[in-house]
Design a protein around this ligand. Structure first.
Ligand code: SME
Length: 174
């Protein structure tokens, strides 16, 4: 019988990043389907964020730190670290500070080719060289988080990454 929690667990185990296409755009398109398949029937936002972080992190060699900074509902203008993969992340980032804070304040995706050239960049890990940060909106259009991907390589991200990530986040949280 195919159904229930055991089946969903089996599907998660079936995810093998080595089987994804080498082409970056195709890889994001395949991940879109894989994420939807693994998360089918799971309404919890934390579970969804943890799953997206893990699947994307392991799908790309360029991803060094991958995760969510969630809007603190008690403050409204401060991000706190959520589910992530990678080395220890900073706990809190005010709106407007660093790349994550800027993406939250401006509600748009920011691609930074050289983090050292970004005013106010927050160096949680000095190995991070470039990043892409994308706002995450819920069904009502409210900002609930940003999705932060840092690379230990300079200029690792481009419009293909931004588009691929935005599409996955919209499908998963919108
Ligand atoms: N890169 C972020 C800070 C968070 S960490 O690097 C995990 C920024 O400057 O917004």
């Amino acid at each position: 019988m195919r159904g229930g929690a055991a089946y969903l667990a089996a599907m998660a185990e079936d995810f093998d990043p080595a089987r994804l296409s080498a082409d970056k755009a195709a890889r994001y398109a395949e991940l879109l389907l894989e994420v939807a398949s693994v998360l089918e029937g799971e309404p919890d936002v934390t579970a969804r964020m943890a799953t997206v972080s893990s699947m994307l992190h392991h799908a790309f060699d360029t991803y060094f730190w991958t995760g969510f900074y969630v809007v603190d509902p008690a403050k409204g203008n401060e991000l706190m670290v959520g589910p992530y993969q990678g080395t220890l992340g900073c706990l809190r980032i005010p709106f407007g500070r660093g790349v994550c804070g800027a993406a939250a304040a401006e509600r748009r995706t920011l691609i930074v080719e050289d983090v050292d050239a970004f005013p106010g960049h927050i160096a949680c890990d000095s190995r991070s060289k470039s990043e892409v940060v994308t706002p995450v909106f819920d069904k009502s259009g409210a900002l609930i988080a940003v999705f932060d991907v840092d690379s230990d390589r300079p200029a690792a991200f481009d419009a293909v990454d931004a588009q691929g990530i935005e599409t996955i986040l919209k499908q998963t949280f919108g």
